[in-house]
Design a protein around this ligand. Structure first.
Ligand code: AHR
Length: 544
């Protein structure tokens, strides 16, 4: 028996309407009317108290570091187009990307990987004749090594950033790593220094940070913590930086591979390294322990990066807040062996990892970047700032075209992502002094998921200006914020806010400013600053 349509089909212009479509139209119209007539959701009231006379640690600028791996279009096309390219470039490095990165004051860039680093042999990327190899980790594509040590250092010079190099502990040797450092930092009177000079650079390069291996528990060679520890000590001993300017001040910081999450496997890793470090002798040392933690709900069924709704929005943000618990877990172990916090926890891979975009090479880790990612970035940066005494460096994965990128390019086109805008808005927090804030965050509930509704951090910059970053996680309700400045008055407050119509709003080449910062006004009265945070927004204001 065929069921009869209950609604008579009408003719709309030239299209014959199917009954089900008409029914959907009527329901949608009803919902739209109801939404238009319903009162706007009441704003949540939040009181924030800031006592700027009580300050905490420095929010190290290196918390705002980037990660650029030879992966997909992260380097080739994203940064390097070659000197013969019609895309405007300086010595092969694209000018638009350089200008955008300069504006967010990138403090350091981690390179060449990632998993790529443990198969990288630096000699293939110097001199006139470059070896052509494959990139087995990331799509098995040709790696022609045209972007090597000199090109990377040139890129850093152009954006005004510092080098964080990962040396190969997987397929390399301590000697190969030691010679790379010697090549980069030794005097031109030495054979390797002379070779560097012959390749165009007489002065030693500055290598600020050195990662000793990458994920040695997995793609870096599946090592036990004990095996890694014995290898790492050898690298730590012999990988020397000879740059005269880095002998006393600005010494190169060595960062050991650390945990990749939370739970017994990872706490055992941290425990092994830190316990050994407590008893380290003059012959080896580390200044940092890495932590990798991506925001992923299910590695086997990753969320989409665009075309999602509130349920996925709240699930991802709830998951990203785990970062705080994971840092606490490892910081507690570090505190036991290093109460003076000499070894930094370096979160050198973090960010959202979504399903690859349809039709993209799955090995290229291509994803869109939405307003949700802007909120996610702000929440993580706030967590790092609150742990600034131990977490002194972090690198979002990755800088261009890969995972939670700042920038997306397609040949000559470039677009800045919502995450980029958060990094730009947070520039005043680089090297500012943390100022504690007290507030009741309230709650935002979506289905069976409950999250803190509002988040806030504050800091004082070198000129004494107070900066406040405020995030309203709730995608439905604005938040009326009243900031009370304990023991101080204010004259003016102004800033920028980032929001959009939908949680999955993105910037595209055609519509690059769908998610872009706009001015936000705040009312100042004596020691009170009042402002309204739009739903699903990130705001940064300065109070003078
Ligand atoms: O960022 C992509 C990859 O994620 C890195 O190469 C690796 O270190 C991590 O597993």
């Amino acid at each position: 028996m065929t069921s009869r349509p209950s609604i008579t089909c009408l003719r709309f212009t030239r299209v014959r309407c199917a009954p089900a479509r008409l029914a959907r139209f009527v329901v949608a119209l009803g919902l739209a009317l109801a939404a238009a007539l319903a009162p706007a959701p009441a704003a949540a009231q939040v009181e924030i108290v800031i006592d700027a006379s009580k300050t905490g640690p420095k929010i190290d600028r290196h918390l705002f570091g980037q990660f650029a791996e030879h992966l997909g279009k992260g380097i080739y096309e994203g940064v390097w187009v070659g000197t013969g390219s019609p895309i405007p470039n300086t010595r092969g490095i694209r000018n638009d990307v350089v200008a955008a990165l300069k504006a967010i004051k990138v403090p350091n860039v981690r390179w060449p990987g990632g998993c790529f680093a443990d198969e990288y042999h630096w000699r293939k990327g110097i001199g006139r004749a470059r070896s052509v190899t494959l990139n087995p980790n990331w799509g098995g594509v040709i790696e022609d090594n045209t972007f090597g040590t000199h090109e990377f250092m040139d890129f850093l010079g152009q954006i005004g950033s510092e080098a964080f190099l990962s040396v190969n502990l997987g397929t390399g040797t301590p000697q190969e790593a030691a010679e790379w450092l010697e090549y980069m930092t030794a005097s031109p009177e030495t054979t390797l220094g002379r070779e560097r000079a012959a390749n165009g650079r007489t002065e030693p390069y500055k290598v600020a940070f050195l990662g000793i291996g990458n994920e040695s528990w997995d793609c870096g060679g599946n090592m036990s913590p004990e095996y890694y520890l014995s290898q790492m000590k050898i690298y730590s001993r012999f990988v020397r930086n000879f740059n005269p300017a880095q002998q006393d001040a600005q010494q190169m910081l060595r960062i050991a591979v650390g945990p990749g999450g939370s739970g017994p496997r990872w706490t055992a890793w941290t425990e092994t390294i830190m316990k050994a470090w407590q008893r380290h002798t003059w012959s080896w040392d580390i200044e940092g322990l890495s932590l990798h933690n991506y925001t992923v709900v299910d590695w086997n069924a990753k969320h989409k990066s665009v075309g999602f709704g509130e349920a996925e929005y709240s699930q991802i943000l709830k998951t990203t807040l785990e970062m705080d618990r994971i840092i606490n877990e490892h910081a507690a172990i570090m505190d036991r062996y290093d109460p003076d916090k000499k070894v930094a926890l370096v979160v050198d891979e973090w960010g959202a990892w979504y399903a690859p975009l349809p039709a993209s090479n799955p090995g290229f880790l291509v994803q869109q970047n939405s307003l949700r990612d802007a909120v996610l970035a702000a929440l993580n940066l706030n967590i790092f700032a609150r742990h600034a005494d131990r977490v002194r460096m972090a690198n979002i994965a990755q800088m261009v075209n890969v995972l939670q990128a700042m920038i997306i390019t397609d040949k000559e086109k470039m677009v800045l992502t919502p995450t980029y805008h958060v990094f730009k808005m947070y520039v005043p927090f680089q090297d500012a002094t943390f100022v504690p804030v007290t507030f009741d965050a309230g709650t935002y509930t979506s289905g069976n998921m409950t999250l803190p509704r509002v988040d806030a951090i504050a800091a004082k910059d070198a000129a004494g200006t107070l900066w406040i970053a405020l995030t309203n996680v709730d995608p439905n309700r604005p938040a009326d914020v009243a900031v009370r400045l304990a023991g101080a008055g204010a004259v003016s407050a102004a800033g920028e806010t980032l929001t959009a119509a939908a949680v999955d709003a993105v910037n595209t080449f055609e519509a690059p400013r769908t998610v872009a910062p706009k001015p936000i006004s705040a009312k100042v009265q004596g020691d009170r600053v009042a402002l309204t945070l739009a739903p699903k927004s990130v705001s940064v204001i300065s109070v003078r």
